[in-house]
Design a protein around this ligand. Sequence first.
Ligand SMILES: O=C(O)CCC(=O)C(=O)O
Length: 315
Amino acid sequence: MVGGAELAELAKQYAQLGHTKVFPAIPPAQAAVLRQRVVAEQRRGGGGYLMGTAHLAYEWADALIRSPTVVAAAEACLEKPQAEQAEDNTLLVRETTFWTKEPGSGAFVSKHQDVSFWGLEHDGSDALLTVWVALSDIADEAAGPLCFWSGSHRGPAGDGSLLFAERENPHKAAGDRNMLGRAQNIDDASLAPYPTAIVAPMAAGEAVIFSGRLVHSSLPIAEGEPSARIGCSIRYMTSAVRPRVIQNQRLDYAAVVKGRLRPGTGFVASAPPQADLDADAVAEFERVGERRGVVMSDRSEGVLARLQSSRAARL
Ligand SMILES: O=C(O)CCC(=O)C(=O)O
């Protein structure tokens, strides 16, 4: 669906802005089928398997992370690992989450940079990004689109350092419908160098790519909108990424989309599902989820120290 010239254009935008423009990723008919599946899972109470590592639970989610245009666009934007051989084409997926916001629910996502909270290290390259695929039409601001702070992926020092983010939002109000587990938030003062938030309306089947370092958020969907806003985040990374040591273990899981996982990196290859939610798929989802629970609840991490030092550098 997207040819060589368009991929080069996406890569150029991504490097400059930290995100691409919206592009056609999967046929609208495929988006409609995926949307129906997500809605059916939520109705039968299976929504938990749509979060985090849905590609381990459902064959159709595993197929989505391997779909040709999505993979080609992710590869075009990811920076090659610095320390590896140029021919290393390893492409990994760490996470796949289907995000649903019901009209009038007030659900939103606060301003954050993804890499700040995932217990990962990398070699300094821009080695982790999200392809966000729209499964419903998102016509305008009322329909709950994503927002991007262009250029924020370069950070305050221009070297990719992270903005200071509260790890947990002390101002979180009771009943606040922030969809982030930690309600982390980047304050407006830190965003002063990036005054313009870009809103991304999209049609079902279109996608946008953003860097793990880019500040982004998502708006609530207004009460009168005709249907839920549904989209899927797929987190791709190169072999330059490593899990940090957390509770004395360097351990995380990744789906291998291309290439191979070298031993000793700390990543273990996760097993793709053979059938939706069969016993093996559920067991794999839970094995990975258990470790992710440890990583996400870690409060001791060096990332906080890095965030503080990048803030100190600006004061
Ligand atoms: O889909 C959304 O509303 C939020 C997505 C997001 O913040 C993310 O993928 O990191």
